[in-house]
Design a protein around this ligand. Structure first.
Ligand SMILES: [Zn+2]
Length: 178
């Protein structure tokens, strides 16, 4: 377990280290999330084994459900394409290969609703957006950010990953929080 903790500590440090963008997850919340992560996953023999001894035959593959918000008329808003996110997942997987974890996209859904593009975090529109989710996958919501957190590029936690910036500057960092 000590070895596993060390590996994850190193991973967290390396992921937190290189983001230049403004993340919405503050330091105290991050500590709580780490505690929550280990509470949930410390009993997982498969993850523990994959993390301690990563190899091509010992990979923990984790499915993603991606929800991409566009304008109500179906046109793109600030993020013009999902392609940067795909590239960012490749980069995230490159980093996480060190501990035998790989993400893959299982579900992809456009949500055409302008009201969900830039909600206030915690308001009815934000809650309705996050209600789009798939059990037993990591849920990822992409929109134009949050009116009450201007300039923030993303949030990550045990319930999933919310992204405004879908480039490599932010995506691996927020998956680190997850
Ligand atoms: Zn962060």
């Amino acid at each position: 377990m000590k070895k596993l903790l060390l590996l994850f500590s190193l991973l967290f440090l390396s992921i937190y280290g290189f983001s230049q963008n403004k993340c919405g997850v503050d330091a105290a919340f991050t500590e709580n999330q780490k505690k929550e992560f280990f509470k949930i996953h410390s009993k997982s023999a498969q993850l523990k084994s994959a993390a301690v001894n990563p190899s091509p035959s010992n990979i923990q593959s984790i499915p993603l459900s991606v929800y991409f918000v566009r304008n109500t008329d179906g046109s793109f808003s600030e993020n013009k394409s999902i392609d940067p996110f795909y590239k960012s997942i490749i980069e995230t997987n490159r980093i996480l290969s060190q501990i035998g974890i790989q993400f893959y996209i299982e579900n992809f859904t456009y949500l055409d609703n302008s009201a969900w593009l830039k909600p206030n975090r915690g308001d009815a529109n934000h809650t309705a957006l996050l209600a789009n989710k798939t059990a037993n996958t990591v849920n990822v919501w992409i929109n134009d950010g949050w009116a009450n957190f201007p300039g923030n590029s993303g949030f990550g936690g045990v319930s999933g990953v919310e992204l405004y910036d879908i480039t490599e500057a932010t995506v691996p960092h927020e998956f680190g929080h997850f």
